[in-house]
Design a protein around this ligand. Sequence first.
Ligand code: APR
Length: 254
Amino acid sequence: MTATSMIEAAGRALADSRRLLVLSGAGLSAESGIPTFREAQTGLWAKFSPQDLATPEAFAANPERVWAWYRWRRSLIARGGVNPGHRAIAALERHLDVVIATQNVDGLQSAAGSHDVSELHGNIWIDRCSACDAEHRQPVAEADDDAELPYCDACGARMRPGVVWFGEMLPVNALERAQAELERCDCVLVVGTSNQVYPAAALVEMAVAGPATVIEVNPQATSVSAAVDAHIAETASKALPALVDRLDGLGAAR
Ligand code: APR
């Protein structure tokens, strides 16, 4: 089936649904100019090793390099901002109850106006104390690469980015919220994730194994593309606004 016919089928499925869980990944923010993590040649990890940047050990060994990378990413996010895919997901709230569980740390889905966002991997705009967990939310702005590294006002230890690093536990409330929503929703929209990082990837697998209709938006096929109800092989910025247009056209009321 073509992407257009898949969008038609997905639009009808959404029009017949009342409660939607969105599971999103780096591909949703790719069109904001924020590199994804695993795409060959372009993905961030193609240039860096995760072990060099996104682990507690990397931070302990070289906090300057880790902060430089996160400051670079903060600047990309501040410059790129919300894209039509983020806005379309926020617009779905006109038609359905929408809960979002995102692997993205960029804060762009909330910035687009979505009201119920669980950040499974934390938030890049939060500094967190490496010792006492005190948090300080930074304004969304291009980072000052020359600024001194931050220390905790409360205990004096180094502050770290408020994101989940490899080997660390996810925020329990975010994961439990997503798992609970899998039990309640009647449709799941999987957008822009390679489904390679657990436990977030397990949420997608549980969705596919469950009773809800599952729609995947990804220009590439993934490990679940053959099992979902509709795989829209299109970018988020094209497919998601088209889905909202279909719902508007179908007059799907909440
Ligand atoms: N629209 C939709 N999907 C896209 C787009 C786009 N414009 N561009 C790329 N994609 C898809 C790619 O085909 C790929 O399947 O987005 C996916 C991105 O996959 P990853 O880079 O692995 O990102 P993600 O799945 O979010 O990674 C999960 O890994 O490194 C950790 O913490 C990091 O949260 C991240 C996690």
